[in-house]
Design a protein around this ligand. Structure first.
Ligand code: NAD
Length: 440
């Protein structure tokens, strides 16, 4: 049994995506496809290296034709990495709108700061491209809804970068949970801990000559350039980022939601604060959120600056049911009986897990790209289509709103819209820089 699981987890990428719920016919179609999918990668500093690694793993079916970044140092460095890894040099662009005019590009990937995710994804769809958008797919709930509508309107594929949806052991164990492994699953707990340093108090400094700050800001209202925002620390500023809940909670709460088989909850409550440091960071570093359903519940426990692990892990999800529980993480799973005694376990048999790499280069991301490419080439069902990814993202954005207002939100469970709370409803969208409002 273990060897079959290991087989699924370590299969060569070109066929592993196909091992999951795919027919012999589509397999033949993909292997027979002469055309490789041409990719443009946008936003090249961190996560984009996992995209490069995944496209290298899928190089029989894909090619990187364009790379795009508003920071010329980061752009040149990444173009060099593509040359080194793949043996050819892609076209470099500062402005993604120029790249979108190229008929060569079939698909874009978006790994920019989050205020850009939906605007770029929609522009990509409008230009006839398929889109792989990193999690979170949007900056706020309104944008997520627009992105789902745009996908329907323009008829291309949108996969969200919640790569655990392509992890064979996660697919397998969730299927078993759905088939009664732990009885009726009713409570799921998601967590993530890190030991991040303070981001300090930023100083206004001249914009570096290598950076187009205007295009970096794009849809966000204009601000002077400060030395603690780009790269990476934009995560902790509300104009651009969405906090740890969307940065990492998205992955773990998505697994919980998938395991329990639920969409939007009835209510959301969230409490926490910025306790560890006093600095420019605009979100919590400690947060506990409850998503309640009629007879189920998901809890999210996020800590950015306190490294005490839960269940001996920095991140993961535990699913509890009437007959037992299952702990799931990126490296495997453990099954427990109702008294808490371990009855089964599985560990991924590869060094290539994201626990080993900061940009998240891992076999699940390779498989997630394989699934996206097969979706484009032969219509394979996506593992994280945007309407699925967007529910988990919206839930955590609602958690941010509940935290900020310090009150429970009641939801329409079909739409995820907030009920009876005009102030909270206003916070479903953002203020856009003039001329950058979103239209589909
Ligand atoms: N799926 C995962 O496991 C995973 C892991 C890490 C990060 N991510 C996501 O990837 C995204 C990027 O994160 P990161 O850590 O790489 O951020 P980063 O700040 O290190 O890199 C973002 C890059 O985008 C560029 N950029 C900004 N505006 C741009 C524009 N208009 N056009 C082109 N480039 C632009 C910046 O110059 C920068 O180089 C985030 O949304 C993050 O949540 C996902």
């Amino acid at each position: 049994m273990i060897s079959r699981r290991q087989f699924l987890d370590t299969l060569a990428v070109g066929s592993a995506g196909l091992a999951i719920g795919s027919t012999a016919k589509s397999y033949a179609q993909i292997l027979g496809a002469n055309d490789r999918v041409n990719f443009a990668i946008i936003g090249l500093n961190g996560r984009a290296y996992a995209h490069l690694s995944a496209l290298k793993a899928n190089q029989k079916t894909s090619r990187i034709t364009h790379v795009v970044d508003v920071d010329s140092t980061i752009l040149q460095k990444y173009a060099g990495a593509v040359q080194k890894e793949l043996g050819y040099t892609p076209t470099t662009d500062k402005d993604f709108r120029k790249m979108l005019q190229s008929k060569d590009v079939d698909a874009i990937t978006v790994a920019t700061p989050e205020h850009w995710h939906t605007p770029m994804a929609i522009a990509g769809l409008q230009a006839g491209k398929n889109v792989y958008v990193e999690k979170p797919c949007s900056h706020n709930p309104h944008e997520g809804e627009l992105l789902v509508q745009a996908r329907d309107k323009y008829g291309k594929l949108v996969q969200m970068g919640s790569q655990q949806r392509s992890s064979p052991h996660t697919i397998e164990i969730i299927d078993k949970i759905h088939n009664g492994l732990i009885g009726r699953a009713y409570f799921a707990k998601a967590w993530y801990v890190n030991n991040r340093k303070s981001i300090g108090i930023g100083k206004e400094i001249p914009v570096p000559a290598t950076l187009d700050w205007e295009l970096w800001q794009g849809p966000a209202p204009r601000r002077a350039y400060k030395d603690n925002v780009h790269p990476y620390n934009w995560h902790w500023f509300k104009l651009y980022g969405t906090g740890e809940s969307l940065n990492n909670g998205t992955h773990e709460v998505d697994v919980c939601r998938w395991a329990l088989g639920v969409d939007f909850p009835k209510t959301v409550t969230a409490s926490g604060g910025r306790y560890q440091f006093k600095d420019d960071w605009q979100f919590y570093d400690t947060l506990v959120t409850s998503f309640e359903y009629d007879d189920k519940m998901i809890s999210w426990d996020g800590r950015s600056c306190q490294g005490m692990r839960l269940y001996d892990r920095e991140r993961g999800s535990v699913i509890m049911g009437t007959n037992g529980s299952v702990l799931i993480d990126r490296d495997g799973y453990e099954v427990y009986d109702h008294s808490g005694k371990k009855s089964d376990e599985f560990k991924v048999n590869t060094a290539k897990t994201s626990s080993a790499d900061l940009t998240g280069r891992d076999s699940m991301t390779d498989l997630h790209f394989a699934n996206f490419i097969a979706g484009i080439q032969s219509g394979q069902k996506l593992h994280a289509p945007i309407e699925v990814g967007n529910v988990s993202v919206t839930m955590l954005q609602l958690s941010n709103i509940a935290w900020e207002l310090n009150r429970e939100l009641k939801l329409n469970q079909k739409t995820g819209h907030i009920l009876d709370d005009p102030k909270a409803q206003q916070m479903r969208t953002r203020e856009y820089e003039k001329g950058w409002e979103l239209k589909i």
